[in-house]
Design a protein around this ligand. Structure first.
Ligand SMILES: *Cc1c(COP(=O)(O)O)cnc(C)c1O
Length: 223
């Protein structure tokens, strides 16, 4: 089932777009099934769950952290995480830097933006990101690398609204690129799109889609 779903999803994504298989809440057997079908990039949203899965599963898996991250939980994922999608404050970024240093690593991060019209979603505004990137605190961080932006659209069936929010994030990406990262080729990622809206996201310039239920089936609880 999972292998079939995975190949259907893969076939619907252009080769330049990275597929993050969102395995949050799913058992390790399910991840192994996708792994055996060739998938190497998985997304989790709880630090301790991610830590446990990383310890038990093949070491060539690339783990992406996609959930809201509390500062006191960074230590659980810092030894292995490939990319943190959900950076929404300088305080969190400082803690990631500290834990990256401890592990003698440089950790790639995305800045998460608030593009939806729902209060339940997290993320920076463009103004907050400008302040963060201009701050002396940010300039002093040696072990983090900002490689792009992430966002989540409103939970609506209104495709025009979703597309508009996606294009807002693309616009934010372009502004940050020219303002702060013009000479930095690694600032190149737009993490956008989930099971219900990834085709729209790709048409709005997404370079990474985060797909859970279309691969692993419905989750038993909302998280
Ligand atoms: C759960 C989750 C996804 C995947 O959602 P699906 O609708 O199951 O594809 C993507 N991004 C984030 C941030 C998530 O928390």
């Amino acid at each position: 089932m999972i292998a079939d779903n995975l190949s259907t999803v893969k076939a619907s994504i252009p080769s330049g777009v990275k597929l993050i298989a969102v395995s949050k809440t799913k058992p390790e057997e399910d991840i192994l099934e996708a792994y055996e079908a060739g998938q190497r990039v998985f997304g989790e949203n709880k630090a301790q769950e991610n830590q446990r899965k990383a310890a038990n599963l093949p070491t060539d898996i690339e783990w992406h952290f996609i959930g809201h991250l509390q500062r006191n939980k960074v230590k659980y994922i810092a030894p292995f995480v490939s990319l943190i999608h959900s950076v929404d404050s300088i305080k969190l970024l400082k803690e990631i830097n500290k834990q990256a240093l401890k592990n003698d690593r440089i950790i790639d991060c995305l800045l998460q933006f608030y593009i939806a019209t729902e209060e339940t979603k997290f993320g920076l505004s463009l103004q907050e990101a400008n302040e963060l990137l201009n701050s002396e605190e940010f300039a002093s961080l040696t072990n983090i690398n900002i490689v792009g932006v992430m966002g989540m659209a409103s939970n609506t069936s209104d495709e025009k609204k979703i597309k508009g929010e996606f294009l807002d994030l693309n616009n934010i990406f372009q502004q940050l690129k020219s303002g702060f990262f013009a000479s930095n080729d690694s600032f190149s990622e737009i993490s956008l799109g989930m099971s219900g809206d990834y085709q729209l996201a790709i048409s709005a310039g997404s370079t990474m889609v985060r797909i859970g239920s279309s691969i692993f089936g419905k989750r038993n609880y909302i998280s």
